[in-house]
Ligand binder design. Structure first.
Ligand SMILES: [Fe+2]
Ligand SMILES: [Fe+2]
Length: 188
């Protein structure tokens, strides 16, 4: 199964993105071990989270409509934001994935979702902190905290992503803020 997915990725995403995907797979495995989550599910979610990363906007919207995926003003104008949900659909259609935890984690990896599962939190964090994202003190600090306290790490990652979006003058989807507020309230 893993080999089949990697062959598919080689044909559909850039070599740089494959490096990121393998980094996410590994970090998801590591976090799953630390936080008592199913390692096999974490590995699969990591490997398949960005299947649709390079689909053009029209293709993303077409698949969304075919599958009755709800869109809003922001995602209609910026279809790249739904590459997560579309990756989950591709995982079902291309690789027969039916496990809801895997599919939800893939769907939630960009914007998150309040009350999302532990597996979703792990993938969300791994996507932002995997090794090829860099070696800055800030990233390393978030990696350390995420190993020790998943929800504290999640809140830090949400703040980090929001700061990046503000600094780079990018649109912020309301779900990003809802996820961040939920992460703050989930820390202990
Ligand atoms: Fe992604
Ligand atoms: Fe990613």
């Amino acid at each position: 199964m893993r080999e089949k997915i990697i062959v598919w990725l080689n044909n559909n995403v850039s070599p740089k993105r494959i490096k990121h995907i393998l980094g996410v797979e590994q970090m998801s495995i590591d976090l799953a071990k630390k936080h008592d989550c199913d390692v096999e599910l974490a590995a699969k979610a990591g490997l398949m989270h960005d299947l649709a990363k390079f689909f053009p906007p029209k293709k993303l919207l077409k698949i969304a409509k075919e599958n009755n995926l709800p869109l809003d003003d922001i995602t209609e104008k910026h279809p790249h934001l739904i590459h997560a949900e579309i990756s989950s659909i591709v995982a079902q259609q291309e690789f027969g994935i039916s496990n809801h935890l895997i599919l939800e984690a893939i769907s939630n990896h960009t914007l998150g979702r309040p009350e999302m599962s532990k597996l979703s939190c792990i993938l969300f964090i791994a996507d932002k902190l995997e090794v090829s994202r860099g070696d800055t003190p800030e990233l390393n600090d978030m990696r350390k905290v995420s190993e020790e306290n998943l929800y504290k790490g999640l809140a830090m990652v949400c703040n980090y992503s929001l700061c990046y979006l503000l600094k780079s003058n990018q649109l912020i989807h309301p779900r990003t803020i809802l996820t961040r507020n939920w992460a703050l309230s989930s820390q202990n």
